[in-house]
Design a protein around this ligand. Structure first.
Ligand SMILES: Cc1ncc(COP(=O)(O)O)c(C=O)c1O
Length: 464
């Protein structure tokens, strides 16, 4: 038995290299068919990558090749435990390389971006001032409730974002630690944020910055060194590795100065009873300090596999291909006067394959339901866990109610208080976005062919 499982990666790498130059990277589910309410079946067009991307075939193959060798991590004397521990730690090194981390940075494995940012929120020094734009995803917006948070107004240009931050930091109490939290690419508009400039502004004012790369890392290379950010967070399931792991990578000092995120085995180096009956604990000073419990080696290995697959495919190629998909969708939507694409920074802003829009005269939930039921296209409707931003873009009540992910329970045809989001990436074939554009045009021109009703807050085909 080799010390490294004979993964499918080696053979898949060659196929991937071919596939990247001519079309999408192979993903699971590309041949899945779904029934149409109007009869027949069609290949499913997964256009909700911003929520969760399908697993790369390469990731699946690597995980399957490793599965027979599965063993406990950091806690077994057996061969497979040691092999799994090696794989786990090699995965950490792979992720550090993928993110171009500095020497001394730590890669902590978490469950997701939300988990990563909550971990960071727990380790910020007690007197830390936090600055966060109101446009952020709730995962970046909400974990800082116990800190002194300043919410910054939505900027309308990247330059205004930098000015807004600089003004806020200049006005801050000129002592104590500060942290800026910013997204790399919006999960609503897909627009890229001026991360390097925001990092420079933060550092010029003695603040640190964490990059929410949940939507950036699957589409663009992320270099901690080049962007000069202090931490980066992302999720495996948006990076074609849906096995329950995420990443927080960056400076070790705040991580190691704080109590462990979770207390338990794995985080502790030694534990001993004291004479007075209590226990003394010596915590690890490595990433393990915040990884208590049995590590999710499959999740972590799958992220490393995805990092390698994307790197080998080449981000230049991936970005160019995605640019073509973005252009196809935006040009198609621009031909429909009833469609309004949501944007903070305007038409020319660089963006990833995440596009939200509303259709005049349509409730967004109704429109999304018709795309699914009549065309086999999976998009998302709602406020995308970025309620303040979507409501600002829609011009609706920013204080209004709305559950994360749940559509407003408006009946078909009623004015929409939410939006539709189409999103795609490295695994998306041209046909999916072409079918989407054709379906939008047809629905707007001819209306839905089926009747829909609201059931438990969701718009569904009326089969009664
Ligand atoms: C920009 C952004 N940040 C954070 C998150 C949270 O990611 P997760 O649900 O994987 O924790 C998301 C998820 O959609 C996101 O789009």
């Amino acid at each position: 038995m080799s010390a490294r499982p004979n993964t499918a990666a080696d053979t898949a790498a060659a196929e991937t290299a071919d596939a990247c130059c001519t079309g999408p990277l192979p993903v699971l589910g590309r041949d899945v068919t779904v029934p149409l309410v109007t009869g027949g079946e069609v290949t499913y067009a997964a256009l909700d990558y911003a929520a969760s991307a399908p697993a790369l075939q390469r990731v699946w193959d690597d995980v399957a090749a490793y599965a027979p060798y599965y063993g406990s991590v950091h806690r077994g004397a057996g061969y497979l435990s040691q092999l799994s521990t090696d794989l786990f730690e090699q995965s950490r090194a792979t992720v550090a390389a993928f993110l171009d981390c500095r020497d001394g940075d730590q890669v902590v494995f978490t469950r997701s971006t939300t988990d990563s940012l909550n971990l960071l929120a727990q380790v910020v020094p007690g007197d830390c001032q936090v600055f966060v734009f109101e446009t952020e995803h709730h995962a970046s917006l909400l974990p800082w409730r116990d800190a002194r948070v300043t919410y910054l107004d939505a900027p309308r240009t990247p330059a205004q974002a930098v000015e807004t931050l600089e003004r806020a930091l200049a006005d801050r109490e000129p002592y104590g630690p500060a942290l800026v939290c910013v997204t790399g690419a919006s999960n609503v508009t897909g627009e890229l944020w001026p991360v390097r400039e925001l990092a420079a502004a933060a550092h010029a004012h003695g603040a640190r910055i964490v990059l929410d790369a949940a939507q950036l890392a699957p589409h663009h290379p992320v270099s901690v060194k080049d962007l000069d950010v202090d931490w980066v967070a992302f999720s495996g399931h948006k990076l074609y590795a849906p096995f329950g792991s995420g990443v927080l990578a960056g400076r070790a000092d705040w991580l190691q100065a704080a109590e462990p995120y979770l207390a338990g085995g794995g985080a502790s180096r030694t534990v001993a009873r004291r004479a007075d009956g209590g226990v003394d604990v010596e915590w690890h000073t490595t990433a393990a300090r915040h990884e208590a419990g049995s590590p999710n080696v499959i999740g972590v290995y799958s992220i490393a596999s995805a990092c390698k697959a994307l790197t080998e495919a080449g981000f230049d190629t991936l970005v160019a291909r995605e640019r073509h998909l973005i252009d196809t969708v935006r040009a198609g939507l621009a031909e429909v006067p009833e469609v309004r694409v949501l944007s903070l920074f305007g038409d020319d802003a660089p963006r990833v394959g995440v596009i939200s829009f509303v259709v005049e005269g349509w409730n967004s939930s109704h429109f999304a339901a018709a795309l699914s039921a009549e065309y086999g296209i999976g998009v998302r409707d709602g406020l995308f866990c970025a309620h303040p931003l979507v409501r600002t873009l829609l011009g609706s009540d920013p204080q209004g109610p709305g559950e994360c992910g749940a559509p407003e329970p408006a009946a078909p045809g009623e004015r929409s208080l939410n939006a539709i989001r189409v999103s795609f990436g490295a695994g998306t074939p041209d046909e999916h976005v072409e079918r989407f554009v054709g379906a939008v045009k047809e629905l707007v021109r001819d209306g839905a062919r089926w009747k829909y009703r609201t059931e438990e807050g969701r718009c569904v085909p009326d089969r009664g």
